[in-house]
Write a protein that binds this ligand. Sequence first.
Ligand code: NDP
Ligand code: ZN
Length: 351
Amino acid sequence: MKGFAMLKIGEAGWIEKSRPSCGPMDAIVRPLALAPCTSDVHTVWEGAVGERSNMILGHEGCGEVVEVGALVKDFKPGDRVLVPAITPDWNSVQAQAGFSMHSGVMLGGWKFSNTKDGVFGEFFHVNDPDGNLAHLPKNISVEDACMLSDMVPTGFHGAELADVQYGDEVLVIGIGPVGLMCVAGANLRGASRIIAVGTRKVCVDAARLYGATDFLSYKDGPIEEQVLAMTKGQGVDKVIIAGGDNDTFDPAVKCLKAGGRIGNVNYLGSGTFVKIPRAEWGVGMGHKTIAGGLMPGGRLRMEKLSRLVSLGKLDVSHLLTHKMKGFENVEKALFLMKDKPADLIKPVVTI
Ligand code: NDP
Ligand code: ZN
């Protein structure tokens, strides 16, 4: 079969591989639609998780089951399925401890396009389908379904990590597709004021639709100066980070009230340390919590989040600025994600 792969750090291209084999607790799925992620860009062009050779990329998509193992109960060939980017080993002790995304080892639930071939192949392998797949609701399009793999669960996890409460004033740093879902998640959790940080007009417009009330650009001066001016020097209750770099914790801590929380879902692709400002962190005693997390995966979360879409409480279609048809366009879609033209939020490819 064909797949679009990371050949080595800094290089991606098409390769031929044999179709994955199906163990007793596995499923083989044929993609119906696929989307690239900024994380694929970090992985290939920053070498963020280290060298990988000839590894098929991609962890966002939906598909049709073509084969299941003898022990799989709830899925059969022909079923159309939602596929989470994170597919934990549900019988691991880490999952029992409540951190399924770290099953086996830290980040171990992140298998697609990290420790095994991803979804940008003519077929892909899913471990523990009963625990990881979900049936695709009939009224969700295959394009929208791709946003349930990663953008919705990650963005909403940002709001969970920051523990957004009714009435909170929330700063969302970065409003690409992940940050936009942080805005939507914070809004659904009852945030009052949501200050969104980004520059691309298409993202600013979408952020407004998802519930952002105020906007600023990191290019117009230090974020903390702008946020403190907007909040009469008080800062915000919660900060969600979905963009920027290792130094973004600096303005985030400076914008946060004592006792506040930062939820980070940004993937720090390079460098060694993050920057935390000593004085504004209360000289170590400000009760400003910093939580960073990989999105939780698995079936239950897919089923719950997809209900928000199928019942009309969350419209993910605003994210989809570039729609293409044909498996070969996966390559073009990934390069769009790398180059980030001004009118792009998220590309999606139907097969
Ligand atoms: P995008 O590149 O589309 O968006 C990044 C956003 O950050 C843009 O709004 C951009 O603004 C803004 N930004 C860029 N530089 C700065 C800066 N210096 N200060 C403040 N804001 C800045 O990324 P995605 O939304 O696709 O992904 C966001 C991050 O989430 C990525 O690192 C991705 O790898 C990660 N991720 C994490 C996952 C997890 O499970 N934790 C899963 C999936 C993704 P502008 O408008 O100027 O472009
Ligand atoms: Zn991703």
